[in-house]
Design a protein around this ligand. Structure first.
Ligand code: PEP
Ligand code: MG
Length: 756
């Protein structure tokens, strides 16, 4: 039996049931019989939400006396768990599940296997459909799929019969009044005030069972054509026209839009008897579930793109078109959505769109990358935000703290407005420093550079007046691509970055992928088994083994920088030979390009990241070969303290301003004396004022930091006398005070230097 034929068989019977003139209870009774028979299950039951409880509404196989008597709370027992998590359960032995609860009145003790699916309306469980079997066996996938399809149809039947009233659905954990504060995930920093706008007026699927399968197929074909046309058009629009990350996003879209597998699955769902809308939704539900099982963050991000497209397709097919973007924003707005595709975000009027709040969202999602480029604060993982907010509600978005306030009280609103005004003033004062060169009080010129990784980041160079890009993380292009970026594409990005930098230096770091930044298209059995990904097969270790990858990047960098100076830096160099090997790859590519009479870079400067402590011990061997060293304190400190930088339990345990770190770094500074090598720091540490002060004190004269830090650090630099802080540091590092941070704070306070 195929999924389509079993579902079809059930749907045909259900269609008759729904069309019959009997009352709702009789229909449900017929439904449980039909399904039980089709799946050869002794038991089939339907539980529906009534007064906040799941009530047994109909059953075949359990005691009829239990109907309308057995009631379970949402989250209670297996049925309640299914409703709460909106998730399918399929168990060979029900009693082994930790949530199992036995209800004697049902007489279910003789049944072992259990499967249940949620009945969903407007993304909430309104009931649960279960089957039970005497033999302990797991239900097969086709059977589960048939159940899920049935549950969709049941949702329609239940709705039409008014079995679960709308109020039940609207009964939310919070009333629609009063202030609510929600904690979420900080995705893009910044503050915003505006009125709540729902990205998507909900598309409710009104009919699930098809009258005419061929007509439904035709509707889907037309919708696919239209969607593909829209995607192709987007490519020619201005926003997407400037190639870059957006172009890559678009490629992922195209990949899905033209994906044969996707359209085939929708077609199969139509074969089973569903309408076009229901078929698309059905396939989407299934994909969502698979993704939940796989739990791969990168794939989940791609999943959001697919959701975006599926929503588009349903809207087209149902004629329920129009997102809030198409209607236009009337006032300063905070966009509220479950998730958002990057293309959808770009459809909004940037002058009115002030902030975005998502129920899902993750740092590497395309939409977040685009929002960052647009300068719009984003908060993610605000569960049930769409349940708590009404269209038009006042909202405060605090992307710095990851907080959303809905319907703020007047006190909270005033305080937020004051903070907002101060942050605008502060930003304006930093903007004034844009063209001011960062000289210290004693006349030392400090290099304040910025870190970047996306094409749009480069615009910040001009806005902040940074001295250049001290760290260009080339792996970002790889992370936002659905497939390995081709050499030409890499070269184009590098050329564009250099163009945009207008002669300011850019240091390109070769890819730091692998380990936790793994890519679906670069896999190794080894990487999957890495128990300590930060110390694993990553960065240069991976690149030197994946020679093709390294060669392509080397060529791309050489081509991208033709006619200009190229600065290349290798990540995670642990021993000098790794630098030699990496440089050799570049030299070979250079020789090749030379032999082909290509225009070459005017000069190539090689450097390394110092982020593995072992390298500090062999610097003397390497220094004569280098033009620059950049200390990656993010990785370096995790290795020095043996404290995983991604572990939140350790996030605050060790201080960057500690004798261990500062002595280590000072030794590196001293070891570099006498060599014509530029030394700088490019970890997050350098972007924080107190830490930057300490770094100036041990002799660091170049910092590469997050763009938002450039203004504040320039301001700091101009207040510092390096001789003074140098002297203080020498004393503290010889005889460390009990609290180094406090000592530095006091020192700064005496001189009225703001360090927080
Ligand atoms: C570092 O390790 O300090 C660094 C700048 O590189 P990344 O954060 O990309 O590892
Ligand atoms: Mg690093």
């Amino acid at each position: 039996m195929t999924a389509a034929s079993s579902a079809r068989q059930i749907l045909t019977s259900l269609h008759e049931v729904m069309a019959s003139r009997t009352h709702a209870q009789a229909k449900l009774n017929q439904v449980v019989e039909t399904i039980g028979e089709a799946l050869d299950s002794e038991v089939c039951s339907i539980y529906l939400l009534r007064e906040g409880m799941l009530e047994l509404f109909a059953t075949r196989g359990l005691n009829q006396a239990a109907v309308h008597v057995t009631r379970l709370g949402v989250g209670e027992g297996l049925t309640g768990t299914i409703a709460q998590n909106i998730e399918t359960l399929n168990l060979a032995e029900a009693a082994t599940h930790p949530e199992f609860q036995y209800r004697p009145e049902t007489g279910e003790e003789s049944f072992h296997s259990f499967a249940g699916v949620p009945i969903v309306r407007r993304e909430r469980s309104i009931g649960v459909l279960t089957v039970q079997h005497a033999e302990p066996r797991k239900y097969e996938e086709v059977e589960i799929e048939a159940l899920q399809t049935t549950a969709m149809v049941l949702a329609e039947l239940i709705n039409n019969a008014g079995l679960v009233d709308a109020e039940e659905l609207d009964r939310l954990p919070e009333a629609h009044s009063g202030q609510v504060i929600i904690d979420g995930l900080k995705l893009v920093k910044g503050l915003a005030i505006g009125k709540a706008v729902f990205h998507q007026p909900r598309v409710t699927i009104e009919q699930t069972v098809a009258e005419d399968t061929e007509a439904e197929r035709e509707r889907v074909y037309l919708a696919f054509d239209r969607m593909r046309e829209q995607i192709d058009n987007m490519a020619s629009q201005a926003e997407f026209g400037v190639d870059g990350e957006h172009e890559q996003v678009l490629e992922t879209y195209k990949m899905f839009a033209y994906d044969e597998g996707w359209s085939r699955r929708i077609n199969e769902a139509i074969d089973s008897g569903l309408t076009a809308e229901a078929a698309i939704e059905r396939v989407q539900q299934r994909t969502r579930q698979r993704m939940r099982e796989i739990q791969d963050p990168l794939l989940q991000d791609r999943m959001h793109d697919l959701e975006d497209l599926a929503n588009r397709l349903i809207r087209i097919v149902s004629g329920q078109l129009g997102t809030a973007a198409q209607k236009g924003l009337a006032a300063d707005s905070i966009l509220v959505a479950k998730n958002l595709g990057p293309a959808e975000l770009l459809e909004y009027d940037k002058r009115r769109l002030k902030g975005v709040v998502l129920e899902q969202g993750s740092l590497t999602a395309h939409v977040v990358i685009v929002a960052r480029a647009m300068g719009i604060p984003v908060i993610g993982r605000c569960s049930n935000i769409r349940g708590l907010v009404r269209e038009g509600d006042e909202m405060l978005v605090d992307g710095d703290a990851g907080k959303v306030t809905v319907r703020p009280s007047s006190g909270v609103l005033n305080a937020f407005e004051a903070r907002f005004a101060r942050s605008k003033e502060k930003k304006a004062s930093y903007a004034k420093l844009r063209d001011v060169e960062p000289f210290t009080r004693d006349g030392e010129r400090i290099q304040v550079m910025m870190n970047a990784g996306l094409r749009d980041d480069v615009a910040m160079l001009a806005m902040t007046g940074a001295d250049g890009i001290g760290l260009y993380r080339t792996e970002f292009q790889f992370l936002v691509s659905a497939a390995l970026p081709q050499r030409e594409r890499q070269a184009r990005l590098y050329r564009d970055v250099l163009d945009a930098a207008k002669g300011k230096p850019v240091i390109f770091r070769t890819v730091d992928i692998g380990g936790d930044k793994s890519l679906p298209y670069i896999s190794s059995d080894n990487a999957k088994e890495d128990e300590n990904p930060a110390m694993g097969w990553r960065a240069l270790r991976l690149a030197l083994e994946r020679e093709g990858l390294m060669k392509a990047q080397a060529r791309a960098l050489l081509e991208g920088a033709s006619g200009r100076e190229l600065n290349v830096m290798f990540p995670m160099v642990s021993e000098p030979w790794e630098f030699d090997a990496a440089k050799e790859v570049f030299e070979q590519q250079l020789a090749f390009l030379r032999s082909r009479k290509h225009k070459l870079p005017t000069a190539i400067n090689y450097g390394v990241m110092l982020e593995v402590p072992s390298l500090a011990e062999t610097l003397d061997l390497l220094l004569p070969k280098l033009s620059f060293i950049s200390i990656g304190t993010n990785d370096l400190t995790q290795f020095l303290f043996a404290a995983d930088r991604a572990n939140p339990m350790l996030a605050e345990r060790y201080d960057w301003v500690s004798p261990a770190i500062l002595r280590f770094l000072r030794r590196v500074v001293q070891n570099c004396v006498g060599y014509p090598v530029d030394l700088g720091v490019c970890g997050e540490m350098g972007g924080r004022r107190l830490e930057a002060l300490a770094l100036l004190g041990i002799g660091i004269r170049r910092l590469s930091i997050t763009p938002a830090g450039v203004g504040p650090i320039k301001e700091l630099v101009r207040k510092v006398d390096t001789r003074e802080i140098g002297q203080a540091m020498r004393e503290w590092l010889a005889n460390p005070p009990p609290d180094m941070r406090a000592a530095l704070q006091a020192w700064a306070q005496e001189r009225e230097i703001e360090v927080e």
